[in-house]
Design a protein around this ligand. Structure first.
Ligand SMILES: [Fe+2]
Length: 159
């Protein structure tokens, strides 16, 4: 007898979607903590601009983290929720002792590039099982972050 979850997927068919969502969740948590640290530790001429921008980014990522975790629950699984699990799944570099503006913006840009790749992985897996709900959640993340990466590159201006 096939086992279906409450939204009609066979448990086995969404296993890979859930794994990819959990990897994304873990990396978002690293991104979030990196942003908190950059918000606190940034120094120099661009302090006021970047201090506020990093706060905007971490507030946005906090909402996305919650959406990803609750999608995992909707699919019938448990979201990763410990620092040790997050670090085990980390593809984003931890930023430690970064106070320089260019290094800070580069870390945010590289982190977003990693998240973008992970979101495309989720979309690819979800596409295999017609999981439109997950695709629908991911698509705006992708287009938003593509635009943010353009802006960060414009700020960096080749640096
Ligand atoms: Fe603050």
């Amino acid at each position: 007898m096939s086992q279906t979850n409450p939204i009609g997927f066979e448990k086995k068919e969404v296993t890979h979607v859930i794994e990819k969502l959990n990897t994304l969740l873990a990396n978002y948590q690293l991104y979030y903590q990196n942003l908190r640290a950059l918000h606190w530790n940034i120094k120099g001429d661009n302090f006021f601009e970047l201090h506020a921008k990093f706060e905007e980014f971490y507030n946005d990522s906090q909402l996305k983290i919650d959406e990803i975790a609750e999608r995992i629950l909707t699919l019938g699984a448990t979201p990763l929720h410990t620092f040790s699990d997050y670090l085990a799944a980390a593809k984003i570099n931890e930023g430690k002792d970064i106070s320089n503006d260019i290094l800070a913006v580069k870390l945010v840009k590289e982190s977003l590039q990693t998240l973008l790749a992970l979101e495309r992985d989720v979309i690819a897996e979800a596409g295999k099982v017609d999981d439109e709900g997950t695709i629908d959640l991911m698509t705006p993340f992708v287009s938003e972050q593509e635009k943010t990466i353009w802006m960060l590159n414009a700020w960096l201006n080749g640096r």
